[in-house]
Design a protein around this ligand. Sequence first.
Ligand code: RAM
Length: 342
Amino acid sequence: MKKTLFVLLVILIVLAPISTLFAGGSKESSVERHAFIFKNTGNPYGDKQMQGFTEGIEEQGFEAITRAPDQPTAEAQIQIIEQLITQKVASISITGNDFDALEPVLNKAMEAGVKVLSADSAVNPASRLTHINQADPELIGRTLIQAAYDIAGGNGDIAILSATSQASNQNLWIEWMKKELAENAGKYANLKLVRTAYGDDLRDKSVSEMEALLQSFPNLKVVIAPTTVGIAAAGRVITDRGLIGKVFVTGLGLPSEMAEYIVNKSCPYMFLWNPIDVGYLTAFAATAATKGSITGKAGDKFSAGRLGNFEVIKSEDGGTQVMLGAPFKFEPSNIAEWKTVY
Ligand code: RAM
């Protein structure tokens, strides 16, 4: 009897690995998978962020999944999140298309054991452990108004060409732009913000919104585009319509896409951070969350490979965040050096 039991046990041990192969799923769970969802496809900035995320995840020996819907909507991101929950990923980092609308599905993910973070465009604090912020929103907003004032020579019509009307990162920056104007009303008395238009981070829509601004406001002097898609579209329209020297654009742009417009002076200068680093930092925050070395509370610390050590801090929306750094100014003297980097 003892011998039969022993033989049975040996057979079971030998067959076990083979049977798990046929059970499926064992291969999936062998390497921890971490997902990053961007706003929409067709945006080189998003591609750079996902490239940095993949680099950071693979450097740690894990598998990266990067996804983006065709359209920059919350609904489209909800479908992707549902799929990722089914695939049992370890973490989801999302550039949110809406601050609040993703809360139910992100809570569902967290209940299923998935660590959820946002990066670049925040989801509300109840939907995330923490947010990876590229730069201080107040500094971005105030700096862009000061730039428009400088470029306009202190007076004239200015307009904002943004991404979608629901994008939480752009909306926060625009709030700070308006605060800068209101708090320094004397200084900005002759600078008139005439409209905020939304190009939805789609190239064609951004071009037509820029054309509509020019049509509606013949005295438009400066357009602030706090989106890499919008600023490139504005540079294109100013250049193609022969408006260089009459209308200017500034804002947040990718050096690789904007070098042409900085050189031809349709964009005297602009700002950004390194989108590859935003993704890379997110990768390390995500794995720190799955390892349990950060819980998302202020004061949590983690190390992020080549970027060094970071701390989770409070954010102005009542949640927490990790701050990458300060925005960088791109201008004629340094654009050649940066245009090949990102
Ligand atoms: C666009 C996106 C992104 C934003 C940059 C500045 O590419 O809207 O979310 O951070 O611009």
